[in-house]
Design a protein around this ligand. Structure first.
Ligand code: M6R
Length: 604
């Protein structure tokens, strides 16, 4: 979703901003812009639609200065266009502003304060900069007072950077709900929505809390709360490994991340499981979970699909009832809770606004919370009572792959720890290190054969406009994730559903040639699923069966090693990921940055 970079005090401002925007490309965007002020009255505003390369081409050598802000925009209010791209500016061209988030009361603010004004864009953001300008230019407030007054009127989410041309020695910064970090560099400062943008400039960051603002100068940062009182803040360290954010020899991030999954399994095993079978997880967390009478998993997208598996893992190995909810639904439709609930949030990015709003409400109700995330110091990691890291390394491709398998592996570790604490036999008997090692080996075998998947994708999905993924039980869970992978990057209309539901309606869509990819790893239901396969074949469906060794039959196209039932998605999903990957490449589409999508969905 939108990305922000700003800097003050370095002569290489343009380079810092453009490099930062390039690193934020992975988040998804449709237009971009940069404003640079040379602190001597010269300034430059450049905005383009499309890729950063277009902005880079438009930024000439004359764009220099020691103060600047830049933005990648993912359209919410108003189509992708130069006028709607950020920075937005006041009619007087004195104030320039970039914004991540959504101002939910922008129409009311416009009607109340800016009815006489003309607007150059359709954005909610322009309302903010026009308000600031109005309070300065008509009510004679200082810029700081106008900034504070404007913030006090805003409802919704925002990370803001604002420049007043008449005060080129200060960058105005504010945050509410949307992520924002102030990086302390050597002799200058940077501000960003994502530490990936500035990882080579500093490891030391100041966090802003919701509702706070900051005045960032070349060598100084002042943080003010909503009452205008100065707040002390110690820097936190955020380290991003340089080689982990590159593609290396891979053509795309997605393929690199798919292939990294065996290593991620081994890393999780090393991190959380000792050779002696001890589990390295905070005992307080394990104890609190063991006392819970019901677990509530909350997540979005792929993380939600991993939470479906988490529910099964906890019910089997810890014998604690569990529910999995889609965050955007859960937040506004809370179920009746059990007497001793425990909330588990799954989020690769740790920034998903839908999940965060449930976390905020859970905390308000005083409920215990855990976040399982890939990003240390992310908003959810900071705000939950407990957090566990995925140790998957940065995931850059918009389509989540290694985070899903890492989430399942960490859920399994936790379920085993809690089950062992509750003296559940299934947990005590589970050789998780062995299972994760087997999963890694099976993943290796699958990812070693890119050509096979390229061919299968051509054979089954080559000219498809619709596709279906079928499975029962744990295979149903993975069919949802495999379907999401295919639809989000190839734009093929895809559904994943419970095989038994087929004849209750969806079978009407099966006609000659329609691809139906079927997962069969659950022994108890394998025969029933085979029956569904026959029903599809009888109507001409083009069936590809991916079966485990425990369920295999002659004619199955792919056979994979069997793990304990709940861990089968670690392997089956890799097949789905590679099918989606090659079907997308064959269509000549951008695998890493699919249309309309953002990596980190920071608005509700
Ligand atoms: O960062 P999160 O795991 O909270 O993100 C949740 C979803 O936005 C994310 O999984 C999304 O569905 C991906 N594009 C799936 O590949």
């Amino acid at each position: 979703m939108c990305g922000i970079v700003g800097t003050i005090g370095n002569v290489e401002t343009t380079e810092i901003l453009m490099k930062g925007l390039t690193r934020l490309e992975y988040r998804g965007y449709d237009s971009a812009g940069i404003y640079v002020n040379d602190q001597a009255g010269q300034d430059h505003l450049i905005k383009t639609v499309g890729k950063i390369a277009a902005l880079q081409a438009a930024v000439g050598p004359q764009v220099q200065g020691k103060l600047g802000i830049a933005h990648t925009r993912w359209a919410t209010h108003g189509q992708p266009s130069v006028a709607n791209a950020h920075p937005q500016f006041s009619p007087s061209k004195r104030f320039y502003l970039v914004h991540n988030g959504v101002i939910s009361n922008f129409s009311e603010l416009k009607a109340t304060y800016l009815a006489e004004q003309t607007f150059a864009s359709q954005t909610d953001t322009e309302v903010i900069v026009q308000l600031i300008a109005q309070f300065v230019e008509q009510e004679q407030l200082t810029t700081l007072a106008a900034f504070q007054k404007t913030l006090s009127l805003l409802a919704g989410s925002y990370a803001l950077l604002m420049i007043d041309r008449q005060q080129p020695d200060v960058l105005y910064v504010a945050k509410n709900k949307s992520p924002l970090l102030i990086g302390l560099a050597d002799g200058y400062n940077v501000v960003t929505s994502d530490a990936l943008a500035t990882y080579d400039l500093t490891d030391d960051y100041l966090e802003l809390h919701d509702g706070e603002l900051a005045l960032v100068r070349e060598n100084d940062v002042t943080i003010l709360d909503q009452k205008g009182e100065t707040q002390g803040r110690e820097p936190i360290e955020i380290k991003v490994e340089a080689d982990a954010v590159g593609k290396g020899t891979y053509p795309t991030f997605m393929l690199k991340e798919i292939d990294e999954q065996p290593a991620v399994m081994r890393r999780i095993s090393q991190h959380y499981l000792s050779a002696a079978g001890k589990i390295a997880i905070d005992t307080d967390l394990v104890e609190r979970l063991a006392q819970a009478d019901r677990l509530y998993f909350v997540a979005a997208g792929t993380s939600y699909h991993a939470s479906l598996v988490g529910k099964r893992l906890f019910e089997r190995y810890a014998e604690i009832p569990a529910e999995a909810g889609v965050a955007s639904e859960f937040g506004y439709h809370w179920p009746l809770l059990s007497a001793k609930p425990f909330f588990i949030f799954l989020s690769q990015s740790g920034e998903t606004a839908d999940s965060r709003q449930v976390l905020v409400e859970a905390k308000r109700r005083g409920l215990p919370t855990l976040v399982i995330t890939n990003v240390a110091n992310s908003t959810l990691a900071r705000e939950a009572d407990h957090h566990l890291l995925l140790h998957a390394g940065p995931e850059i491709a918009v389509a989540s792959t290694k985070a899903y398998t890492a989430q399942i592996a960490v859920e399994a570790v936790l379920a085993k720890a809690v089950g062992a604490r509750r003296q559940i036999a299934a947990a005590q008997e589970l050789d998780l290190a062995g299972q994760l090692a087997m999963a890694a080996t099976a993943m290796d075998e699958i990812t070693d054969n890119h050509e096979t998947w390229d061919q299968l994708a051509a054979q089954y999905l080559g000219s498809a406009t619709d596709a279906f993924y079928l499975g029962r039980g744990i295979d149903y869970d993975v069919s949802l994730e495999a379907a999401l992978k295919l639809k989000e990057i190839s734009y093929v209309h895809t559904e994943g559903f419970a095989a038994g539901e087929l004849k209750h309606g969806t079978i009407a869509l099966i006609e000659p040639g329609v691809p139906v990819i079927t997962f069969i790893t659950e022994v108890a239901t394998a025969d029933h699923t085979r029956g569904n396969v026959q029903e599809v074949k009888a109507r001409g469906g083009n069936v590809l069966v991916i079966a485990s060794t425990t369920c295999q039959q002659l004619g199955d196209q792919i056979v994979i090693p069997a793990l304990t039932a709940e861990l089968m998605p670690l392997v089956t999903v890799v097949c789905g990921q590679l099918l989606a990957y090659y079907a997308t490449l064959q269509r000549g589409l951008d695998v890493d940055q699919p249309r309309n999508l953002a990596k980190s969905v920071t608005v509700e």
